[in-house]
Design a binder for this molecule. Structure first.
Ligand code: UFG
Length: 342
């Protein structure tokens, strides 16, 4: 019989790509999302790609009664992937309580719901932000967790602690926390992708929107970092590679391959790429210029970070396959599709 996975936040960017990969792997998918930061039409994209329209529940998981109601309705769920959280670093500085309330309540409600109906497997969306600016690169899962530099980052650290404490007294529960580096790109079909609301905070949607004519010019935040070309370095991972890692994590839990009750994995490519290299890659694969100017550093940015992916590669048998050029091309194809650019 098909196993069922609840994808909380499944109409969002990473959630929708993961729903596709789960369906294609033969899982039955139930999506729960408040639609506060995503569009219902994402379900059509998922259906066009997979031929399956997932069951959908519109609700706010940070509301306890609604969340518990969801678990009572779908008491056959085998595993949960929890993506439903706010993720804008800058906004979290301005509205800390909004971030703590939403990100922590939704997690606690989901854990309570899982316990209520006996669903024992959780995959949690964490972030490399838990490492801050590490002294040593690349970052392994054993790298020290540093004090978070934003309320958003703190919600990820606290969430990992909440899961740890919950598992400590619920021995039949298992969890895998996936620490993402910088997810970018879009599905090869260009039927789903990132849909930022308003002016994008993140680099790649800002690049694609600038080239599409929605923004005048990209600001490159800083060229005086201690990096090869002076711009900041990140580990950009294609969202489809990231989505596939979630399927591997779900398989691992449902096939009881976990070595420990709680596991952490870095999900990146292992390569550091600078902001200027991202622009270069975009221009190379699309043949289009990215209008840009160098401005001062952005508050709160770290200089450089990239992942040591050995543990995920060896333990999960998963490896990111797509590079920066694939990311840029797919992101541009998606932008073209939603803006009707030929
Ligand atoms: N950047 C620009 N111009 C822009 C936007 C970004 O130069 O208009 C630069 C940033 O300064 C940074 C790089 O591009 O050097 C990447 O920035 P993003 O905003 O795309 O991503 P971040 O690395 O800041 O943040 C991402 C996720 C967060 C997560 C964080 C962990 O968006 O959710 O990684 O490091 F917490």
């Amino acid at each position: 019989m098909k196993k069922t996975v609840l994808v909380a936040g499944g109409t969002g960017y990473i959630g929708s790509h993961t729903a596709v990969e789960l369906i294609q792997k033969g899982y039955n998918v139930v999506i729960a999302d408040s639609l506060e930061n995503s569009e219902i039409t994402v379900l059509d994209g998922i259906e066009k790609i997979t031929g399956v329209k997932p069951q959908f529940e519109e609700l706010d998981l940070s509301e306890r009664e609604s969340c518990l109601g969801l678990f009572k309705k779908y008491s056959n769920i085998d595993a949960v992937i929890h993506f439903a959280a706010y993720k804008a670093v800058g906004e979290s500085v301005d509205f800390p309580l909004k971030y703590y309330r939403n990100n922590l309540n939704s997690l606690m409600n989901i854990l309570e719901g899982m316990k209520l109906v006996g669903t024992n497997n959780l995959v949690f969306s964490s972030s490399c932000t838990v490492y801050g600016q590490p002294d040593l690169l690349p970052v392994t899962e054993k790298t020290d967790i540093q004090e978070a530099n934003s309320p958003y980052g703190n919600t990820k650290q606290i969430s990992e602690e909440i899961i740890r404490d919950f598992l400590n007294v619920n021995k039949n529960q298992k969890a895998i926390a996936l620490r993402y580096f910088n997810p970018i790109g879009a599905h090869a079909s260009a039927l789903i992708g990132e849909l930022p609301i308003g002016v994008p905070n993140n680099l790649v949607p800002f690049i694609t929107q600038t080239v599409a004519g929605l923004r005048q010019e990209l600001s490159v935040f800083g060229d005086d970092y201690n990096t090869p070309d002076g711009s900041a370095v990140r580990d950009y991972i294609h969202v489809v590679d990231l989505a596939k890692a979630h399927v591997v994590a779900i398989d691992r839990m449902l096939e009881d391959k976990n070595k420990a009750q709680l596991e952490y994995f870095n999900l990146g490519t292992g390569n550091g790429v600078s902001v200027l290299e991202c622009i270069e890659s975009f221009e190379k694969v699309t043949g289009l210029k990215v209008p840009h100017k160098i401005v001062g550093r952005r508050a709160g940015d770290i200089e450089q970070i990239w992942a040591n992916t050995s543990y995920a590669n060896d333990e999960l048998g998963w490896k990111a396959e797509l590079g920066i050029d694939d990311c840029m091309l797919s992101a541009w194809n998606w932008e073209k599709n939603i803006r009707n650019i030929k």
